[in-house]
Design a protein around this ligand. Structure first.
Ligand SMILES: [Zn+2]
Length: 284
């Protein structure tokens, strides 16, 4: 199984439970991260001087450490910790920043790089892993981050080329939120909003209607590992004292899901079939 992500923290925020779930089942899970997350906003004062804009521009290197700790937290105790893999090697492509950011003009910015070169780099990872399942982002890039949209584009092209090369099918999924599950999580959290945080406005968090979701993975058995992984990304994520919500630097409360949701998008999908509960369902 290969999961492709844009920045350190996305793997835990979007798919941390799924990574822990399949690691616990003994699956060969690989997480490929496209950039070091150099343009992230830092929570708190302690590491604030590391930022790219007006700081030491050391955040990317620091976040390798956070990602390493997060993947270790997702690994079952006693097993060799899952190690990070960066597309093209650590530092090859750089975080392009939020839409409209000057960081997109950086010579190594992911969105400025050669699409062909990025696809070739991901194809090399797919060739090495020969995955049955690949997880990526939706075409909207989750919440519209240019790097997330780019990851979607690169992954779609790399998987199509890999399947054409090998003749073996790949189950391709987009990691998404289910709107009703987000609303349930928010309803449960209402009344225990940590000081300085706020509830999201209606519709502020991205989400899909129930009938657009084709698969879900129950990660409640590894929920503690997912929370520990989120906490490992301390420059980016704060876990609420409840242990069931988090916030990014914008201080908007978001639920930590015990069920993770996906849309299957490869040609093998049957949209009339019941929702899958195992991304490896039907895999020989
Ligand atoms: Zn991201």
């Amino acid at each position: 199984m290969v999961l492709v992500h844009a920045h350190p923290d996305d793997e835990s925020l979007m798919t941390g439970g799924t990574i822990a779930h399949y690691l616990a089942r003994g699956v060969d899970v690989r997480v490929v991260t496209f950039t070091l997350g150099e343009e992230g906003e830092v929570i708190g004062e302690r590491w604030a001087g590391l930022v790219a804009d007006g700081g030491a521009d050391q955040l990317g290197g620091f976040r390798i450490g956070e990602l390493t700790a997060a993947l270790a937290a997702l690994t079952p105790p006693g097993r060799e910790p899952l190690a990070p893999v960066f597309l093209g090697g650590a530092g090859r492509w750089r975080d392009s920043g939020m839409a409209g950011s000057a960081a997109a003009e950086h010579p190594r910015a992911l969105v400025r790089g050669s699409l062909d070169e990025e696809v070739a780099a991901l194809r090399a990872e797919l060739t090495a892993a020969d995955p049955q399942v690949v997880v990526t982002y939706d075409a909207a890039g989750t919440y519209g981050h240019p790097d997330h949209r780019r990851v979607h584009e690169v992954c779609a092209a790399a998987v199509a080329a890999h399947v054409a090369d090998t003749g073996r099918p790949v189950k391709l999924y987009e990691s998404v939120s289910e709107r009703s599950a987000v609303e349930q999580g928010l309803a449960a959290a209402d009344g225990r909003v940590p000081a300085g945080w706020r509830m999201p406005a209606p519709g502020e968090l991205p989400g899909y209607a129930d009938d657009e979701i084709t698969a879900q993975v129950d990660v409640s058995a590894v929920f503690d590992r997912k929370v520990a992984a989120l906490a490992a990304h301390a420059t980016q994520v704060t876990v609420a004292p409840s242990g069931t919500e988090y916030a990014l630097s914008n201080n908007i409360l978001q639920p930590i899901g015990a069920i993770e949701h996906f849309r299957r998008v490869d040609p093998g999908v049957d949209r009339r079939a019941p929702r899958e509960t195992d991304l490896f369902g039907g895999v020989a």
